[in-house]
Write a protein that binds this ligand. Structure first.
Ligand code: FES
Ligand SMILES: [Fe+2]
Length: 471
C-alpha cells in the first residue's frame, strides 16, 4: 500500500499461467477489482510464473488509506496476505492490534479449543524432524502433528510418515522416540509395508477368514516433504494442492540453504510450561529485549526490516538486501550473510541465523504443542555452510576453537531461550484472564501478521493462502 494504491501479486500455484482477478476491500467494503497480469521483474526472478502476476489498484478517493485493506482472489476464499516488504518497522498507528480476534487466546487454556485448533493446524505443513535422524534405511522417529502421535520413517530413498496408530485395535506402533526397523505392531504383530498396508497378519485365514490383502487394513499416511535437512509433514485433507515449496514461497530457498545440517547438530530440547503460541510470539517480538534479555537499549525502527511472505514473516537486522534478494541469492548458492535474521514459519517454527565470529550459525526452534499449557521445545544448533570472513589465524585455530565456539553458542542460546521460556510461563499463569485484543507497537507487528495467519488457518482448516500479498 503506498500513495493511495494497493500493490501486490497473485498466482494460482496449480495453474501458473492463468491471470487472476483480485477483489480489493477497504474497511470491509468492496472497492474494486484488479487484474493481476502486470509484469514484475522480481516475480520473474523468484520463479513466480512468467512474472506477469502483479497488480496495482488506485483506491477511490473517498477511501482513506489508513483503514484496513484486504484483498482476495475473486470468487474464492484465497485472501492475500499483507505487505511483503516494509523497509523499516513503520511508526505505530494507533489501535494496531485491533484486527486480532478477541478470541485469540481461547486455545491457550481450553482443552476442547486446543484440540480443535490442533486438528486444524495438522493440515498445515509443520516441521516434524530432521533428515540426520533418518540417515539409514529403516530409521524412524516419533513426534506429534495436529495433536496426534505420528512417526516418520526412511524406506530407501523415500521418507514416509504415518499416524502412530495400528489399524487393528489402535495400539501405538512406535512406543519410543526413535529407532530402526520394520513397522510391526507390538500388540498382535500386524506387519505394515512402506505404503502403510497391513501385509502380515498372524493367523489371518483362521481368524479373519481371508488373506491380509482382503482385510485391507491400512495406516493413515501423512504428506511428507523436505527442505534442506528439515522434514515437514501434514495430514491430507481439504486443499492439499499446495506443495511445501509453494507454502514456504520465498522462504523455501532460504531455509534450504540455511538448514543443511551436519550429521550431529547440537540439540537443546526442553519443556515449556506455556502455550505454543506464546512461545512463538515471543520470537516475533522485538520489544521485550530490554526487560527480558537485559539489552541496554530499545532498537530504533530504522534498525529493523520486517518482511511478510504467505503465512510467514522475517526480521532482518540492518538493510542489507531484501527477502526477495536473499531468496534469489540462496537459490543461486551465492548468499553471503551480513546480519542477524530470523524467519518465523507458520505455525510453530523459528529459524535464525547469527554470527559467532567469524562463522555463521543457525538455530532451528520448533514449538511442538503438547497441551494448552505445555510445549515441547525442540531446537537444533549448528554451523551453516555460508561463507565466513575467515582469517588465516581463524583457520589455524579452528580445530581447537570450534569446540569452545560450539560451547559458547550453546550457552548463549540456552540463556536467551530460558529467559523467553520463563516469560511465557509467567504469562501462561494468567492466560485464562486474557480478554480482548492486545495493544501492539511497531516492533510487535509480526505478531499481528501471525494472528492473521492463524485466523486463516482456523477458518479454513488449513493454510490455503497461495502466493500473494500487498505491499
Ligand atoms: S492392535 Fe496392532 S496388531 Fe492388534
Ligand atoms: Fe526473547
Amino acid at each position: 500500500m503506498s500513495g493511495g494504491r494497493v500493490h501486490g501479486w497473485a498466482q494460482d500455484g496449480s495453474r501458473p499461467c492463468e491471470r487472476l482477478s483480485v477483489e480489493i476491500y477497504a474497511g470491509g467494503i468492496l472497492a474494486g477489482v484488479a487484474r493481476a497480469d502486470t509484469f514484475r521483474s522480481d516475480l520473474a526472478a523468484t520463479g513466480i510464473g512468467d512474472g506477469k502476476h502483479a497488480f496495482s489498484f488506485a483506491l477511490p478517493p473517498e477511501v482513506g488509506d489508513d483503514g484496513p485493506i484486504a484483498a482476495r482472489v475473486a470468487d474464492t476464499e484465497y485472501w492475500l496476505t499483507n505487505g511483503n516488504r516494509h523497509g523499516t518497522a513503520n511508526s505505530p498507528r494507533p489501535g494496531r492490534g485491533e484486527s486480532i480476534s478477541p478470541d485469540w487466546a481461547r486455545a491457550l487454556t481450553g482443552d476442547s479449543e486446543f484440540r480443535e485448533e490442533q486438528a486444524m493446524l495438522g493440515h498445515c505443513w509443520t516441521l516434524l524432524g530432521i533428515t540426520p535422524d533418518l540417515e539409514k534405511d529403516g530409521d524412524w522417529f516419533r513426534t506429534t502433528l495436529g495433536g496426534r502421535s505420528v512417526f516418520v520413517q526412511r524406506f530407501g530413498d523415500t521418507i514416509k510418515g504415518f499416524e502412530n496408530r495400528c489399524a487393528h485395535r489402535f495400539f501405538p506402533l512406535r512406543t519410543c522416540d526413535k529407532g530402526n526397523g520394520p513397522i510391526v505392531c507390538g500388540f498382535h504383530h500386524w506387519h505394515y509395508n512402506r505404503d502403510g498396508h497391513a501385509v502380515g497378519i498372524p493367523n489371518c485365514l483362521e481368524l479373519f477368514g481371508t488373506n491380509p490383502r482382503e482385510v485391507g487394513a491400512k495406516l493413515v499416511a501423512l504428506d511428507i516433504a523436505t527442505c534442506g535437512s528439515l522434514v515437514f509433514g501434514r495430514f491430507p485433507g481439504g486443499n492439499t494442492s499446495e506443495s511445501l515449496e509453494d507454502y514456504l514461497g520465498e522462504g523455501f530457498p532460504i531455509l534450504d540453504a540455511m538448514c543443511t545440517m551436519p550429521k550431529h547438530p547440537q540439540r537443546l530440547n526442553g519443556q515449556i510450561g506455556a502455550n505454543w503460541k506464546l512461545s512463538m510470539e515471543i520470537t516475533m517480538d522485538d520489544y521485550h529485549n530490554v526487560a527480558i534479555h537485559h539489552k541496554n537499549r530499545y532498537a530504533k525502527n530504522s534498525e529493523i526490516a520486517y518482511f511478510r511472505f504467505g503465512m510467514h514473516s522475517a526480521h532482518f537486522t540492518g538493510h542489507d538486501g531484501t527477502l526477495a534478494s536473499m531468496s534469489v541469492a540462496c537459490r543461486e548458492n551465492r548468499y553471503i550473510p551480513s546480519d542477524y535474521r530470523i524467519f518465523n514459519i507458520f505455525p510453530n517454527l523459528a529459524v535464525s541465523i547469527f554470527n559467532a565470529r567469524p562463522y555463521w550459525f543457525c538455530h532451528v526452534q520448533l514449538f511442538a504443542p503438547a497441551s494448552p499449557s505445555q510445549t515441547r521445545h525442540m531446537t537444533w544448533l549448528f554451523q551453516t555452510g555460508f561463507p565466513a570472513k575467515e582469517r588465516a589465524l581463524d583457520r589455524w585455530t579452528r580445530p581447537f576453537l570450534d569446540v569452545i565456539r560450539a560451547h559458547l553458542v550453546r550457552h548463549f542460546t540456552k540463556k536467551i531461550t530460558d529467559e523467553d521460556r520463563r516469560a511465557c510461563e509467567q504469562m501462561q499463569k494468567i492466560a485464562h484472564q486474557f480478554e480482548g485484543s492486545p495493544i501492539l507497537g511497531a516492533h510487535e507487528k509480526r505478531i499481528e501478521w501471525f494472528e492473521e495467519a492463524y485466523d486463516v488457518a482456523m477458518s479454513r482448516g488449513q493454510a490455503t493462502i497461495d502466493a500473494g500479498r500487498q505491499e
